[in-house]
Ligand binder design. Sequence first.
Ligand code: SAH
Length: 241
Amino acid sequence: MIYVIGIGPGSRNLMTEEAIAAIEDAEVIVGYKTYINLITEFIGDKEVVQNGMRKEIERCREAIEIAKTGKKVAVISSGDAGIYGMAGLILELLTKEETDIKVKVVPGVTASIGAAAVLGAPIMHDFCHISLSDLLTPWEVIEKRLRLAAEADFVICLYNPRSKGRSEHLAKAFEIMGEFKDKSTPVGIVKDVGRADEEKIICTFDTMDFEKVDMTTMVIIGNKATYIHDDLMITPRGYNL
Ligand code: SAH
């Protein structure tokens, strides 16, 4: 049995009861160190298999091997496991072999939803998620999605917006979206959603400070109707008020 669990953005309050119950039911916990550290209180003396970033395939293979021995395994992702998390990889690997291992995907609060609640109501209308990481997706595909999403006036939530190795991607993404997004379009930046050092910034497309963004930041770009009121970012649903 494998539980693939989204533990939310980082605080206990934002974990679901189902996620906590699944971790408690598991005998072995598998995940990236940083995420394991966020849930130590539920782990007790369970066996833990942890490794660093970019070891996802190894980690999931190991989880599958352990599950074959009959143990209940919990594979941990931050946010939701089905959004740039481990759920897809576990299921893809299992399609490649004959096995009757059961998988239960346990949903979690993804970073965009957590950040949206901090900002007010920026994703009240049609929105999309775009990851700026080109580790697994060609950069040309990312550019095309940015351009078309901006043209279609989606509210756009950017995952993996910036890292040391790719500091120029965010500025490039803004340049591409700028063809369709007005300078005054509200932009919400939330760093470390749900964690002790959570920080929120609301600005506009042309006053965006890329330096404020790091790898645990969510960037939400509004649509043509989104506005700022006090310290809130609001996208109207369309009600006549
Ligand atoms: N499965 C995760 C996403 C993993 S991709 C989820 O559903 O949230 C990693 C990216 O998610 C980060 O680069 C960042 O953009 C975003 N992210 C994850 N945790 C975050 C947090 N606590 N605060 C802000 N952004 C976060």
